[in-house]
Ligand binder design. Structure first.
Ligand code: PHE
Length: 467
């Protein structure tokens, strides 16, 4: 998958590949982190959970929960050079801890069930933009423009067959990339496309911030109203933090297993978390001014991105071309994130069940498609089926982000914080003493041992009403 390099500790195993350099590590990891989570989920949840208060809780979760778990996953991955189940064998951990790996495999599946559906919407929007469906909105009144984009969204996701076809296309693209063995090539393109996506988001931001609704948008995003912090806001911010950083389910164990020996694991986690959070905030700054300018509903739910983005581009010269570029780059980011999600069950099947890699890819993608089809929008064929009062889309999202990832994160924190020798952690995080970072390591270990698990328990008990 990546450049082949001998890696010192694995001479007894088959040769396992590693990333070629520190920069490759950074971009590949960022490629997993940045995706629909920033562009679609972040603004949707900020809107639904009342704005600034949610953003503040989210930041705290990234810092005290997400980053420590990410460092721990890197530690497990690089020190074992194994998949998330095999890693616990190598660490000679009790069989119980393999549950982290199994949870991860199921987490990847649950995320992909709905993620692939949203990726399908993005793909379909590329074609809508190319067809010129949004060309006339610039000539409409503010109110009509808002209504037009909403109805385009409703008819896109509410159609009975086309969302399923788009979902299949999104999964097929992932399959083709994995089959053609061009993943390495794709990872190199990330270095160019990520900065492009970033630049485009900045352009949207600048335009948005000069709209009439900019002030209201920004105050919605940044003004903290503590009364809005409810148990369910806490749980969703926590779930989003894990989802965003791709942690709690072994993705970063898998990535860590490909890291170079001299990579500074703590620094990489900070750089990735910082860049990822910056992208989310910029997307928020791009979207909420549009919401307030066009009188849309901030809590509109999953359609928020798809309604606001065509509106802001209608106010930019060559907007339609940029709109096409935006959805293309978003599709690219979503695909990179999907590659990292699919990787978890694929590597697991290939390494633990000795299955041929191609077969593992096919089985994984088929499961994702067959179950994923259930998540199509409420107004289309399976949409009316509900379980525990939620449709499948919301249910799979809830199970993965709000249950599997935080529980996985908790177990990882306990395993590394309490069941691993401190000396082993120090050795790995300081690259065998080469780095002079003992202060940082000590702070990390303290947070991981005491703060991370405690906060996780408090949020959980709070959300089920026990405290
Ligand atoms: N972090 C990705 C995103 O924000 C989603 C993801 C979650 C990817 C978990 C891998 C593992 O879109």
């Amino acid at each position: 998958m990546f450049y082949i390099k001998d890696n010192k500790r694995n001479l007894t195993d088959e040769k396992r590949e590693t990333f070629s350099s520190g920069l490759a590590v950074f971009f590949a990891t960022l490629g997993s982190a940045v995706g629909l989570g920033n562009i679609w989920k972040f603004p949707t949840l900020v809107g639904m959970n009342g704005g600034g208060a949610f953003v503040l809780v989210y930041f705290i979760c990234i810092l005290l929960l997400g980053i420590p778990v990410m460092i721990s996953e890197f530690y497990i991955g690089r020190s074992t050079r194994s998949n998330p189940v095999g890693a616990f064998n190598k660490l000679k951990a009790k069989p119980f801890w393999k549950i982290i790996g199994y949870l991860g495999v199921s987490g990847a599946l649950f995320i992909m069930f709905f993620y692939s559906a949203v990726a399908g919407w993005v793909y379909s929007y590329i074609f809508k933009a190319i067809k010129g469906d949004f060309l006339n909105i610039s000539s409409l009144s503010i109110h009509q423009a808002g209504e037009t984009v909403s109805s385009i969204f409703e008819s896109t996701v509410g159609a009975s067959i086309s969302p399923i076809i788009w979902q299949a296309i999104a999964l097929a693209v992932v399959g083709i990339i994995l089959f053609a063995g061009v993943k390495n090539g794709i990872e190199k393109i990330t270095k160019t496309l990520m900065p492009l996506l970033f630049t485009l988001i900045i352009i949207i931001c600048i335009r948005s911030l000069t709209l009439e609704g900019a002030r209201d948008g920004l105050s919605f995003l940044f003004k903290v109203d503590f009364s809005k912090i409810t148990p369910s806001v806490l749980l969703s911010a926590l779930g989003l933090a894990f989802f965003k950083l791709s942690v709690g389910m072994g993705t970063m164990i898998t990535y860590g297993s490909y890291f170079t020996e001299n990579n500074n694991l703590i620094n990489t986690s900070f750089k990735v978390a910082f860049s990822d959070t910056l992208v989310s905030i910029l997307v928020g700054m791009a979207i909420f001014p549009v919401v307030f300018t066009f009188g849309l509903e901030p809590g509109a739910g999953p359609g928020l991105l798809f309604n606001t983005i065509p509106l802001v581009f209608s106010k930019i010269p060559f907007g339609n071309v940029l709109l096409i570029a935006f959805f293309l780059l978003t599709a690219f980011a979503a695909t990179m994130a999907m590659l990292s999600l699919v990787e978890v069950p694929v590597v697991f099947m290939a390494e633990e069940w000795d299955l041929d890699r191609k077969k593992s890819v096919i089985i994984t993608l088929l499961i994702m498609f067959i179950v994923g089809v259930l998540t199509v929008h409420p107004s289309s064929i399976f949409g009316h089926i509900t379980l525990f009062g939620k449709n499948f889309f919301d249910l799979f999202d809830f199970i993965s982000s709000n249950l599997i990832l935080p529980i996985g994160g908790f177990l990882i924190a306990i395993f590394v914080g309490h069941k691993t020798k401190k000396a082993d952690i120090i050795k790995e995080l300081s690259n065998n003493g080469e780095l002079d970072n003992s202060n940082k390591i000590n702070i990390y270990i303290t947070i991981l041992k005491y703060i991370t698990p405690l906060l996780l328990i408090i949020v959980f008990l709070n959300s089920i009403g026990i405290i």
